[in-house]
Design a protein around this ligand. Structure first.
Ligand SMILES: NC(=O)c1ccc[n+]([C@@H]2O[C@H](COP(=O)([O-])OP(=O)(O)OC[C@H]3O[C@@H](n4cnc5c(N)ncnc54)[C@H](O)[C@@H]3O)[C@@H](O)[C@H]2O)c1
Length: 467
């Protein structure tokens, strides 16, 4: 009794903390009081006014050759430039912006080598705004640090451009709403570039789910477990060491979408089911503090120990239909890479890393040959169709190329995209909601309904309907 009382008091106390306000993305978070925090959390699920009609199923007129611009061509964006250039003549690169001139120049040079002639923008914080004034841009690809995603997406849509933004799209509740509201107001696409949804294994599982192989789905498990200590501490790994700075400010799942996106698609989230609420817990922080002792003394994070983010975050989501999803995040521990990719149904169970399948309650995994045979049978046609181009262009085993091909193909054909702004908001909002749960003593936190009730409509994913 003693314990539960003190937990309750702690919850009440923490609920009033300014950090809750920070996760919500509200101005003046530092002066946040108890009742403000309570009201703000309750408001998460309150209905909001919309500023335009829903963009579910949004189609554009076919664009024969998609004019593409880039903001941010570091580790990730430079790879997108290369793969986009390979999609010519379906797409053409018209402009490239990076605040660092050498990076912008490198990607422009690469595009030149591949026969294209984009205009370069660089050298100042807001060069991207100047670029977005151009008329010859249909689609902007944003691969900047997380803090820039939402302002760049919003401004681009307001200039009439469609947007494809790297993961996660946003990391406060208010920013997730900003993306949804602006997409509806401008009737532009704001797709998050969740490449894992285009993986061979993930698309195969999606086919198996849709053809009833798993029976009724009950539970999924997803993760981003990737030892990033070296690149996060490195002075040259990320622009201005942006990624490690999030570990100083926030606890919760900072990077939920790689594992969660595919599981959400298996379960038809926003297409008949929705995320209902979550609870979240983080482990002790130890790895970054210990690693910090090993870096050079001139590193800003040498011997730094005040990281807010626990090493392993585990979040549990309950869906409206009663399914559960475990999502984990750990980029600090010396562990082998995993997104888990587990899926449990009434007929079959799959888990990844390495891929294993069991069927009809047998207590053993299928042999590797048997599993491969099932996977071959259900392989998604896009992976067969693009086999040679995937081999040539690659990108995380091919998923990056398939994603960009498919994105451009949808614009060429004038059909709806596979992921919409509601998916971007729902998968990304796990970051602030898990943070709020931790701040409130692991309390349940409800998801906002970004679709404003339309999640109940059963509808096919584009990638399953029109390939
Ligand atoms: N989907 C994936 O598999 C995957 C993989 C890696 C990274 N990412 C995502 O891609 C994004 C970028 O990550 P990264 O690893 O490439 O980081 P990075 O630091 O290497 O690249 C970011 C780039 O943005 C540029 N930039 C910063 N501020 C800018 C501004 N105001 N105007 C123009 N350019 C600006 C930087 O100079 C840098 O080149 C992040 O959202 C990350 O989560 C996704």
């Amino acid at each position: 009794m003693e314990n539960s009382k003190s937990n309750f008091d702690r919850r009440k106390f923490l609920k009033s903390s300014a950090l809750v306000g920070t996760f919500l993305g509200l101005p003046g978070a530092a002066a946040f009081g108890q009742s403000d925090a309570d009201k703000a959390i309750d408001n998460l699920t309150a209905k909001r006014p919309s500023y335009g009609k829903s963009v579910i199923g949004l189609k554009t007129s076919p664009i024969e050759q998609v004019k593409v611009a880039f903001i941010g061509v570091g580790n990730r964006g430079s790879g997108h430039v290369k793969q986009m250039a390979a999609l010519y003549p379906k797409a053409i690169i018209t402009a490239i912006c990076d605040i660092r001139e050498a990076y912008a120049q490198k990607s422009v040079d690469l595009a030149n080598e591949m026969g294209q002639n984009p205009k370069m923008y660089s050298g100042k914080e807001e060069a991207w705004k100047e670029m977005l004034q151009r008329d010859d841009i249909d689609l902007v690809i944003i691969a900047t640090p997380w803090v820039d995603h939402v302002p760049m997406c919003v401004y681009a849509m307001q200039q009439g451009k469609h947007v494809a933004v790297e993961v996660p799209a946003a990391y406060t509740v208010e920013d997730c709403w900003k993306l949804v509201d602006t997409a509806e107001e401008t009737q532009r696409n704001c797709m998050m570039l969740e490449n894992v949804c285009y993986g061979d294994e993930e698309l195969t599982l999606l086919q198996m789910v849709n053809k009833g192989y798993f029976g009724t789905l009950t539970h999924g498990e997803a993760a981003y477990i990737h030892d990033l200590r070296e690149s996060m501490f490195s002075k040259t790994g990320y622009y201005n060491q942006w990624r490690i700075r999030h570990h100083i400010k926030y606890d919760g799942n900072l990077y939920p979408t790689h594992g969660l996106g595919p599981v959400a698609q298996y379960m038809g989230i926003n297409r008949g089911d929705r995320f209902g609420h979550l609870v979240s817990m983080s482990s002790l922080e130890a790895n970054l503090s210990e690693y910090g002792k090993t870096v050079e003394p001139d590193n800003e994070f040498y011997k730094y120990t005040d990281f807010k983010h626990g090493d392993m975050n585990t979040t549990l989501i309950k869906t409206a239909k009663g399914r559960t999803i475990m999502v984990q995040h750990d980029v600090a521990s010396p562990r082998v890479y995993s997104r888990i990719n587990a899926l449990s149904g009434t007929n079959a169970f799959h888990t990844g890393y390495p891929s294993r399948l069991s069927v009809n309650g047998k207590h053993e995994w299928l042999t590797e040959e048997e599993r491969a045979e099932v996977f071959q049978k259900y392989k998604h046609p896009i992976w067969n169709k693009l086999k040679d181009e995937i081999a040539k262009n690659g990108g995380h085993g091919g998923m990056d190329f398939v994603m960009l091909y498919r994105l451009i193909d949808c614009y060429n054909k004038g059909i709806m995209l596979d992921q919409d702004v509601y998916d971007a908001a729902d998968w990304s909002v796990v970051t602030p909601l898990s943070g709020i749960s931790i701040q409130t003593g692991n309390a349940p936190v409800k998801f906002p309904d970004f679709t404003r009730g339309k999640w109940q409509e059963e509808r096919a994913l584009g990638i399953m309907a029109n390939v």
